[in-house]
Design a protein around this ligand. Structure first.
Ligand code: ADP
Ligand code: MG
Length: 726
């Protein structure tokens, strides 16, 4: 379905022309409608605008304020001590002159400003050492290229209008379409809202939910006459995003339910044997989710289930029991992990758990030797491999299963919808169990993974102890390692983890190896240290891990290899170096490696996060500030709670739904207005109402659903097809 307006309508819009039209097109903006549907990412908060003269009065409040002023002077200087370039900007608003300073991003800033242009600058004002008020690393937004330009800005400020900010790129900026330029063309496009954007929801629904009509919402989100109007516009647009994503989930569910499935409802001798041989009783929660999974597997409809549970809640054994049920019926099972290291560890754990059952477990990962790989592929193809553990490599064309009946996908949010679809192609009537160790609140999970059934392990095995968490700076590391020594003296073991960034594995590895040597001859001198890293051959990794498990080493120094899988109850200390480099869920996973025995355990996060900007050199100063804040938030959250559900809520908030769930997974391009955490009520409503539509009209054929169908076909059809292949 194509728009009534063609791409040429954009070119002839006032202020655009062929050159800009071309660049806009490269950014996916092909029509006036596309332009209008690109919403502001923020607004200038006029209520926080102050004069330069009044700034001194609010320094004590330490809150962010905004100044509207024009550029008087642009200057670069070397700092006295470090001889690094710093960047100075003087601005004036007629009541006084304010100096702004940047210590980073000089290269980026030096061409950014012109004398006379009007900026809105936001920062927390501080005194410099001469007692003058200063902005350090302010955020800024261009309002006009000179005071003479766009004289209505002054009026806008005085009339209380709210000014939108638009995100731009280097290419757009080069043709004059920075935030200000975009603002101008959007304003020119605004009279065409009615002609370019049609209603996507039935009038009855818009009415009953008290939503703004779509064209009003689009107008008001760009140039809201008041904050209230902005809120209403945002609500309408957020509702639409959530409604259509939920609609897609409901439609997918209908599609999956109509596919053929298979029954695994015969006897399960191997699963029974494993269950009987476990050294512990399953928790109530494990038994409950196992029953849910078993019920799915026994029924003829294909399983599509999410298993979530906190780190250490015992998901692996549940998943394995389900795999064994499939294997007991002569089918193959696959266990898929997001990285090679995790796949290897899963293979290791699963082999150990299934010893004596006589099943053949093979692992398939990238980077295997050709002969080994061929042997594994042959085993998979012949059906002599019962349980296959691997990475994305499992999805490659060369992998042909004899009879894949069951698949476990670990760490869901790293897999996109495409991968799930590719996996489905490997086995026609496959049962799929998706596992995540980053639990999210149940209602939210149901809403976001709307096309999956959800099982939650909400209970920890009884033998778990709480873990004390502390943040320490680099300078305090001496004491941290003293503490390690004292724990080792009491017969305990410890982990020391260094970050590893996949992009430069070699460099990081070198860093880990050097750090290992430093620890060995330095603060941990005399203790028995072992080193574990991702580049070791599997056998060596296994040897090192087993050695640590058997108590042959006091301290295991490692890269993030140990994130999942390793299980040593006697280890009571987890030291994480450069902790600001780790994601929140990773930190939570790491901490989950201790506290598995009867003794008090500790997790120490070593970081100079507030000084973190050193490693963010060259980044846009505003972005840098934001990343610093996020790093501090992550560490503080770890200190405050051990509740995995809370942690993943913060994680979701910090990373945003797009990154958290993977771009495709959430349909992130469409989640620009809605925030599944903040808009939870709206989400529930959208889910309910879209569910009613699908229930009444599973193919969207009824005339009253025409608007919905048109919008869905245009914006969601591709995404929907991706998820329902197979
Ligand atoms: P998850 O994968 O959910 O993070 P694991 O499956 O790795 O957790 O389990 C963590 C540890 O708890 C493993 O050592 C496992 O053997 C053990 N475990 C699992 N279930 C129980 C239980 N019901 N009682 C005691 N220990 C258990
Ligand atoms: Mg696990």
């Amino acid at each position: 379905m194509s728009a009534p307006s063609s791409s040429t309508d954009l070119q002839y819009l006032k202020g655009i022309g062929p050159r800009r039209a071309e660049v806009l097109q490269e950014h996916g903006i092909r029509s006036v409608r596309d332009l209008l549907l690109r919403f502001p990412f923020d607004y200038l908060d006029r209520s926080r605008i102050m004069t330069v003269r009044d700034l001194r009065k609010v320094v004590v409040d330490a809150v962010e304020v905004t100044v509207v002023a024009n550029v008087v002077k642009v200057e670069a200087r070397k700092t006295k001590k470090t001889h690094r370039m710093m960047f100075l900007l003087s601005v004036s608003d007629g009541t006084g002159t304010l100096s702004c300073v940047w210590f980073e991003g000089y290269r980026w800033l030096k061409d950014a400003f012109a004398e006379g242009e009007v900026l809105a600058l936001s920062a927390v004002p501080v005194f410099d050492r001469y007692g003058k008020v200063q902005f350090v690393h302010p955020q800024f937004d261009r309002l006009a290229s000179s005071e003479a330009d766009e004289p209505d800005w002054g009026k806008l400020f005085n009339t209380g209008a709210i000014i939108p900010k638009y995100s731009s790129t280097a290419e757009l900026t080069a043709v004059g379409l920075d935030s200000r330029g975009i603002r101008r063309i959007v304003r020119n496009a605004l009279p065409r809202v009615g002609a370019s954007i049609s209603e996507r929801l039935p009038a009855s629904l818009v009415g009953s939910e008290q939503l703004l009509p779509i064209h009003r919402a689009v107008e008001q989100v760009h140039f809201p006459p008041s904050w209230k109007a902005m809120g209403e516009a945002r609500k309408r647009l957020a509702f639409d995003e959530l409604f259509f994503i939920q609609l897609m989930m409901h439609l997918r569910r209908v599609a999956v339910a109509s596919q053929p499935g298979r029954r695994f409802d015969g006897p399960t001798p191997m699963a029974d044997r494993l269950l009987a041989s476990l050294p512990y009783q399953l928790t109530g929660a494990q038994r409950r989710v196992l029953n849910e999974i078993t019920a799915d597997m026994r029924s003829p409809r294909p399983m599509h289930r999410l298993l979530q549970g906190d780190v250490g809640s015992g998901k692996t054994v549940v998943a394995l029991l389900a795999c064994l049920r499939a294997i007991d019926h002569g089918a193959q099972a696959a266990f898929m992990a997001p990285t090679e290291v995790l796949a290897e560890q899963h293979a290791w754990t699963l082999r150990r758990l299934t010893e004596g059952l006589g099943i053949n477990i093979r692992s398939l990962i990238g980077g295997q030797k050709k002969r080994l790989r061929e042997d594994v592929l042959e085993d998979i193809h012949q059906g002599t491999a019962n349980l296959i553990v691997g990475t994305h490599a499992l999805l490659e064309g060369a992998v042909e299963f004899a009879d894949l009946g069951f698949a476990v996908i670990d760490e869901q949010h790293r897999f996109g919808v495409e991968q799930r679809a590719a996996l489905r192609k490997k086995g026609a009537d496959l049962d799929v169990l998706v596992m995540t160790a980053t639990p999210i609140p149940r209602t939210l999970a149901m809403s976001i993974y709307g096309d999956l059934d959800v099982s939650t392990i909400d209970e920890m095995p009884a033998n778990r102890r709480s873990i004390r968490t502390a943040i320490r700076t680099e300078e305090q590391k001496g004491r941290v390692y003293e503490f390690v020594r004292s724990e080792v003296a009491r017969g305990r073991q410890a982990y020391v983890v260094f970050p590893l960034i996949e992009r430069s594995e070699k460099v990081d590895l070198k860093a880990a190896t050097e750090a290992f040597d430093e620890l060995r001859i330095g603060p941990l001198n005399g203790l028995r240290l072992a080193l574990l890293h991702g580049r070791q051959p599997s056998e060596e990794k296994e040897r090192v891990m087993r050695g640590f498990q058997e108590g042959n080493a006091d301290v295991l120094v490692s890269t993030t290899v140990i994130e999942v899988g390793i299980d040593v109850p006697n280890a009571t200390v987890m030291i994480v170096e450069n902790a600001e480099r780790f994601g929140l869920s990773q930190l939570h996973q790491l901490r989950g490696r201790v506290g598995r025995g009867a003794d008090q355990s500790y997790c120490i996060l070593v970081s100079n996060a507030p000084l973190y900007h050193k490693s963010l050199k060259g980044m846009d100063p505003a972005e840098q500030k934001a990343e610093e804040n996020r790093a501090v938030r992550r560490l503080k959250t770890m200190e405050e709670t051990t509740d995995g559900f809370k942690i993943s809520e913060v994680d979701l908030e910090l990373r945003g739904p797009g990154e958290f769930f993977g771009t495709r997974q959430s349909g992130a391009p469409m989640l620009t207005m809605a925030d599944p955490i903040r808009d939870r009520d709206l989400l529930d409503r959208a889910r309910l109402l879209s569910g009613r539509v699908v229930e009444a009209d599973p193919h969207l054929r009824k005339p009253e659903h025409r608007e919905i169908r048109v919008h869905f076909e245009e914006y969601y059809r591709d995404l929907f097809d991706l998820g329902s292949v197979g």
